[in-house]
Design a protein around this ligand. Structure first.
Ligand code: NDP
Length: 483
């Protein structure tokens, strides 16, 4: 199987290759097969990408918002028309089953392009009356933005960053994760086909060093990163040097609280979606499932039954529900967490093994009797490993749910809606769900509090993060100077 793109990078409207850059082998995680070989961006490639972004941005910002919007909407139509072929590529790049990529990845990317195309022409300033004088404000683009992506939703992340940036008049240089470099190149091609002027969305490949070079470039106005907390800290600090705008979408260890009056099947379904979808490689996963004591054993018994029935295997088989992890390195990391959970006294309810060889597969795994101190309850695993903790009272559940440095997401399952709103009001998380989990429609702002990040993607909130406000004071009378 080959998925070799025309070139490693996409700069100034066309594919760009520079084979002197370090090789990046692209591995299909279901088989370990090399499906493409790319090269890291050299300083010359980075320079070309940044320079063409700066060059193109001013004219783009001067266009009418409806004209920019028309191009983005065309791109979203092209993505929808090609969803099948794009989803196949996403599956090869990530190992996620077609059953997921066909509905989740490019589909939500197309939504973002459509949503921000619709939103951009509605963005206006305000008038501030001051008696005779007045102030009006203009929302201006930031300039050249850098997007840096994680490997779990590579094409969605590229679209979620490109769509608001471009709609609001910015240019973007995007660096995908070296593990999943293919989707962003397709987005760049599609945007050009839809009519985007060259230079406005450039893709450069590389590891952390390439990202670091982009973040510290003096011509860059903003950095939007999706990644882990340690990388977020480094990128945030580097961006601070130039007082650049940032959006940081970082990791989580989110709580999902199930009260004893909850609809059990729905709560179990949500816990499974929030731990096993994309083989558990989702930042907002509800990886600490707090279950009220009275229903704990019934919850676990039914959960194990449903988890054992998950169909694992070849991600290209449309019947398969769970594929491999993204890489051998991720497999080893997840297996080490499973070993640690066993050693620290977690009760293995189901799964717990690597499975289906070759490939980076781990069974859907559930540990019960997990305590707050165990590593499994504190660190982000990024694999299909659910920790079930039990609790007695509402106050206890809230306190323990908040006892983490992360704050990306949280969920509550209960039939008592008064309680649901009361609990949610006290949870320290950027996104909360009531009787649902992990739904992230583009219309709703998404992002974290505490170590899970700063800024918001999606929704109207994203406008704040891709524009800046200019205040214009208009004097209507003579200037009254005391000298
Ligand atoms: P990493 O933090 O390892 O990497 C994220 C991106 O940053 C990659 O493209 C990486 O390049 C790049 N990078 C690494 N070091 C630097 C640096 N010094 N300067 C600039 N860029 C750098 O994350 P993963 O790719 O492993 O993704 C998993 C993490 O992402 C998890 O913690 C997960 O929770 C988080 N995540 C958060 C989401 C959110 O919206 N909040 C959504 C999805 C994931 P390379 O990989 O090539 O080294």
């Amino acid at each position: 199987m080959r998925a070799q793109p025309a070139a490693s990078h996409f700069v100034d409207g066309r594919p760009l290759e520079d084979e002197t850059g370090a090789p990046i082998p692209v591995i299909y995680p279901a088989t370990g097969e090399e499906i493409a070989r790319l090269h890291e961006a050299t300083p010359a490639v980075i320079e070309a990408a940044v320079a063409s972004g700066v060059r193109a941005q001013a004219a783009w910002a001067a266009m009418r918002p409806v004209e920019r919007a028309r191009i983005l909407r065309r791109a979203s139509d092209l993505i929808r028309a090609r969803n099948e072929e794009l989803s196949l590529l996403e599956t090869l790049d990530t190992g996620k089953p077609l059953q997921e990529t066909l509905v989740a990845d490019w589909a939500s990317g197309a939504d973002a392009l459509e949503f921000f195309a619709g939103l951009a022409p509605t963005v206006t300033g305000e008038t501030v009356p001051l008696g005779q004088d007045f102030v009006y404000t203009i929302r201006e683009p930031l300039g050249l933005c850098v997007g840096i992506g994680a490997w779990n939703y590579p094409s969605q992340i590229a679209c979620w960053k490109a769509a608001p940036a471009l709609a609001l008049g910015n240019a973007m240089v995007f660096k995908p994760s070296e593990v999943t470099p293919l989707g962003a190149l397709k987005l760049a091609e599609i945007l050009i086909e839809a009519g985007l002027p060259p230079g406005l969305f450039n893709v450069v490949q590389g590891r952390g060093g390439v990202g670091a070079a982009l973040v510290t470039d003096s011509r860059v106005a903003k950095v939007s990163l999706t990644g882990s907390v340690p990388t977020g800290r480094r990128v945030y600090a580097a961006a601070a040097e130039g007082v650049r705008h940032v959006t940081m979408e970082l990791g989580g260890k989110s709580p999902l609280i199930v009260f004893d009056d909850a609809d059990l099947e729905s709560a179990i379904g949500a816990a499974m979606l929030g731990n096993f979808y994309s083989a558990g490689q989702i930042c907002s996963n509800g990886t600490r499932v707090f279950v009220q004591k009275g229903i704990k054993e019934a919850f676990l018994a039914r959960l194990a039954e449903r988890a054992d029935a998950i169909r694992m295997g070849d991600p290209l088989d449309p019947e398969v529900q769970m594929g491999p992890l993204v890489s051998q390195a991720q497999l080893e990391k997840v297996l080490a967490y499973i070993e640690k959970a066993r050693a620290e006294g977690g009760r293995l309810v189901c799964g717990g093994e690597a499975s289906v060889s070759p490939g980076c597969y781990v069974q859907p795994t559930v540990f019960a009797d997990v305590t707050d101190e165990m590593t499994l309850a504190r660190e982000e695993v990024f694999g299909p490993v659910m920790a079930v903790l039990d609790f007695e009272t509402e106050e206890e559940a809230i306190a323990r749910a908040n006892a983490t440095d992360f704050g990306l997401a949280a969920g509550v399952f209960t039939a008592d809606l008064t309680r649901a709103h009361r609990v949610v009001a006290q949870l320290q998380a950027g996104t909360c769900w009531i009787n649902a989990y992990n739904l992230t429609p583009v219309e709703a702002p998404f992002g974290g509090v505490k170590l899970s990040g700063v800024g918001r993607e999606n929704g109207r909130a994203a406008v704040e993060h891709y524009t800046q406000v200019k205040s214009v004071y208009v004097g209507m009378g003579p200037v009254d100077a005391p000298y």
